[in-house]
Design a protein around this ligand. Sequence first.
Ligand SMILES: Cc1ncc(C[n+]2csc(CCOP(=O)(O)OP(=O)(O)O)c2C)c(N)n1
Length: 368
Amino acid sequence: MINVKDLLTILKKNNINFFTGVPDSVLSQLSAHLDNNKSIENIITGNEGSAVALAVGHFLAKKKIPCVYMQNSGLGNAINPLASITHPKVYSIPLLLIIGWRGSPFRAKDEPQHEIKGKITKDLLKLLNIKSCVLRNLNDLKKLQKLIKYSEANNRPVCCLIERKTLLPINKTKNKDLNLKGIQRSYAIETLLNLVNSRTRIISTTGYTSRELNQIRIKKKFSKSRDFYMVGGMGHASLVALGYAKKKNNQTICLDGDGSLFMHLGALQTIGNIGSKNFKHILFNNGIHESVGGQKIKSDKINFKSMCLALGYKNYFYCDSKNSLKYTLRKFILSSGPSFLNIKIKRGYIKNLSRPNNFQKIKKNFIR
Ligand SMILES: Cc1ncc(C[n+]2csc(CCOP(=O)(O)OP(=O)(O)O)c2C)c(N)n1
C-alpha cells in the first residue's frame, strides 16, 4: 500500500503542483489531500476531457507538467484530447495522468462495467502511445519518478495506474460546510415511487442514485421494476431518457446528479430543443460527488431555473423541504415537459447498499 503523502512528495519534488480531474473512489484519499493542501491548486472539471484541456492550457502558460486524475471510466472522455492534442505526433504535451484502475485484472472481481474497461485500460494507453506504470508499493514510486523525468525530457503524457485499496485510508477531517440541509435522496426516491404509475419509466444516473433506486424497489416491493440504471456512462442518463421518451408515450423520468449533469451539460440543449411532453428531469442537487467521496462541485451559485428555461425546458420546479416534496412532485409529474425539478439533497446514503445486477433482465423488463 502507499501513503498518499509519499506520492505527493514525489510529485512536489518534480515541481508538479497543478491538479485537475474528475474524482474517483479509488483516488478519494488523493482528493482529500489535495483539498487540504493550500500550496496545491486542484480544479475539478465537468468531465475528464475538459481536465486534459485545462491541463494543456496550464502547460502552455507555465511550462510545467500538470497532473490530471480520473477513474479509468473517464479515460473514454479524455481520449479525444489525448489522441488529437497532447499526442507526440500532434503537439506533444507533457502531463501526468493518475488513473484509478477499476476492474484491474490483477485485483478481486469488480462490477461488470468496470471489468470491461479494466481489461482494456493498459491497451488503450498503449494505443495512445502513453507509457505507464502501476503503483502498488513504495518501490513503485521510483518507476513513477523515472516516468515523470521521461515526460519532461520528451514532452509526452505519461500515466500511473492505481488499483483499488492501494492508497492507505486516511482519517477523514471534519468538513465544516457539510451540506446537511435538504432532503435525503432515498426519501425523495421513495416519495416519487409512491406517486408515479406503473407505466412510468425511470432512468437513473451512475452511483448512489441508481443503487438506492434499485434497493428501494426491491426492499419496499414497489410494482415490478421498470427502471434503467446507468451503472456506467456517467452523464448520459438524460439523453437515454430523452431517446426513449421521444418514441413512447409513457411518462419518462430521468434521475440525475449534479456531478453527472455537469459531465455532459450539453445534453440540456438537446432536451430543450427536442424534448417531449412526457420527458421529466429530476436533479438530486447535493453539491458533491457523493458516490466517490463527497468532493465539492461548487454549484451553489448556479441559477438552474434561468439555465433550464433559457435552453428550452417548458417548466422548472424547486424543492428543498420534506414538507413540500409531495406537492411539488405532483405538480412536476402533471406538468407538460420537458420539465426540470431541482431537489436540494443533503449528504447521506442508505448503508449497506446493494448494486443493480443482471443487466439483461433489467433491460428486458424495461423494454417489455
Ligand atoms: C466517466 C466517469 N467518470 C467518473 C466516474 C466515477 N463516478 C461514479 S459516480 C460519480 C459521482 C457522481 O456524482 P453526482 O452525479 O453528483 O451524484 P452523487 O454521487 O452525488 O449522488 C463519479 C465521479 C464514472 N463512473 N464515470
